[in-house]
Design a protein around this ligand. Structure first.
Ligand code: GLA
Length: 513
């Protein structure tokens, strides 16, 4: 072989070799372009970001991987190429016993991933932009082992249903330190405090990140939680806070996962008096069957602080929480999904609590969610029904409106002492339905001193006349009667009682010997 031929052969071999190596390295270095961890960051304007992670693996037109958005962690179950170069993704996850789905469309545009989604199915598509994130960022942490079950000692709090205010229904993510202070001012000055309202509860979105030692930080909306607690305490009121046993809260903020004792200690150091602990992101790590153990961890952690902190469980009434809520140290437990400021929502929740009556007792209450009174979408008559029904149910009375700007009528609904006395009756017996005919229902609640509260509800929009024999609703013999909304005594009418109830309204009586 001539020297010149040898050079060509060597050169060819080198080229082929380089090509093969190049292909291997290339395949490693520039995989299919959508593969990778992508993040959509939306500024919460409080020093935190709402993040959505799309961790994608592309094989040709097929995409697999995960989508993590606020409290939800989906596996991509379908990917469908569209005509315009977009790929439609469906994410799916099990949320308790139900499958939850989410839809995204994606398309690469230079270094960014264009993302289209809808918050709710009826919303228009929103376009977002994702950038590459380091591998592993936003991944679900590993599952921590769960403790065996035991009974957490009763903390001795909430002998009557907690009363106060919570930020979520009115302010959602707009709650901040000045708002909480001015709400405390209002409660201390407008008669609510004297009527029994005590807790000022900050709901979701106060959280910042964690410091190097893992201590939970507040975000910019709450510059100094201890100072805020001091302020609220100086008004003779107490301060509540919110978290989740999951890695993130329902609104996608930092949760308590893996920091239970540390967070409980922080709350105690700040001077917190009440914790609402919301399942949220925990659903991605634990099954519903494991909830009790998960809630027990925080029950133990709160007891360990030695500070009296009311423990409020929020897991939407799953797993028959009323049967074990007290065992994990819970003072109250949500029995349903979220309430809305709407007649349908309020009544669907309120009138559905009948079977849970046996589980309410001093220190441990069914919680049909916070009040919507004064938030504007129901009439005053309907809000009176809301207040009466919650009082009949021995429900926590957590106002959810703007206490700084409510009308005198709304204030008088919230501070009706005679109705509050029913709610706060020390026997702690939850009322039950004792009579029903079409849209009219009568509920009765045994009170201390052999008295009874009796509420005549009309769920129809038109006024309705109801006539009943006292004996048919559990009242034998003559009683003293008091109308709790008119603040008037009612003359004993004999064995039968007739009353006209306004549409969506209530007539609430106290019957005593
Ligand atoms: C859940 C709870 C609500 C509220 C929000 C906050 O939906 O049920 O009461 O705390 O989370 O994100």
């Amino acid at each position: 072989m001539k020297k010149f031929q040898l050079i060509i052969v060597v050169a060819l071999i080198a080229i082929i070799f380089a090509g093969v190596i190049g292909a291997i390295v290339g395949a490693r270095q520039s995989p299919e372009p959508l593969t990778g961890n992508w993040v959509v960051r939306t500024d919460n304007k409080d020093g935190t970001f709402r993040t959505t992670y799309l961790n994608l693996k592309q094989e040709g037109q097929k995409i697999t991987g995960t989508i993590r958005v606020t409290q939800f962690f989906y596996r991509i179950s379908e990917s469908t190429p569209g005509d315009d170069g977009r790929i439609a993704l469906t994410g799916s996850m099990m949320d308790g016993k139900n499958e939850r789905k989410v839809q995204y469309e994606i398309k690469l545009n230079g270094n960014e991933l264009q993302v289209w989604t809808r918050r709710r199915p009826q919303d228009p598509l929103t376009q977002l932009s994702a950038v590459r994130a380091p591998e592993g960022e936003g991944a679900m942490p590993a599952r921590n082992p769960l403790p065996t079950l035991h009974k957490v000692a009763d903390n001795g709090l909430a002998r009557t249903p907690p009363m106060g205010w919570n930020s979520w229904n009115k302010f959602a993510s707009r709650v901040d330190d000045p708002t909480v202070r001015s709400i405390a001012d209002a409660m201390a000055a407008n008669g609510m405090k004297e009527a029994g309202y005590l807790y000022i509860n900050i709901d979701d979105t106060w959280e910042g990140g964690r410091d190097a030692q893992g201590n939970i930080q507040t975000n910019k909306k709450f510059p100094d939680m201890k100072a805020l607690a001091d302020y609220v305490h100086s008004k003779g009121l107490k301060l509540g806070i919110y978290s989740s046993p999951g890695p993130n809260t329902c609104a996608g903020y930092e949760g308590t996962y893996g920091h239970e004792e540390q967070d409980a200690r922080t709350y105690a150091d700040w001077g917190i008096d009440y914790l609402k602990y919301d399942w949220c992101g925990a659903r991605n790590l634990y099954t519903d069957e494991e909830m009790q153990a998960v809630y027990q961890i925080m029950g133990d952690a709160l007891r360990k602080t030695k500070r009296p902190i009311v423990y409020s469980l929020c897991q939407y009434g799953r797993q028959e929480v009323w049967k074990w809520g007290a065992d994990v140290g819970g003072n109250l437990w949500r029995t349903t999904g979220d309430i809305r400021d709407a007649w349908d929502s309020m009544t669907r929740i309120g009138f559905n609590q009948n079977d849970l009556a046996p589980y309410a007792k001093p220190g441990h209450w069914n919680d049909p969610d916070m009040l919507e009174i004064g938030n504007g979408a129901m009439s005053e008559t309907e809000y009176k029904t809301h207040m009466s029904l919650w009082a009949m149910l021995a429900a926590p009375l957590l106002a959810g409106n703007d206490l700084r700007s409510m009308s005198p009528e709304i204030l008088s609904i919230l501070t009706n002492r005679e109705v509050i006395a029913v709610d706060q009756d020390k026997l702690g017996n939850q009322g039950k339905q004792v009579w029903k005919s079409g849209d009219q229902e009568i509920w009765s609640r045994p009170l201390s001193g052999s008295a009874q509260a009796v509420a005549f509800f009309n769920r129809a929009a038109e006024p309705a006349k109801v006539t009943v024999k006292w004996a048919d609703i559990g009242i034998e013999g003559k009683r003293r009667l008091r109308e709790l909304w008119l603040h008037q005594d009612v003359t004993w009418p004999g064995p039968e009682y007739s009353v006209t109830i306004p549409g969506h309204g209530v007539v609430m009586l106290r019957a005593s010997r």
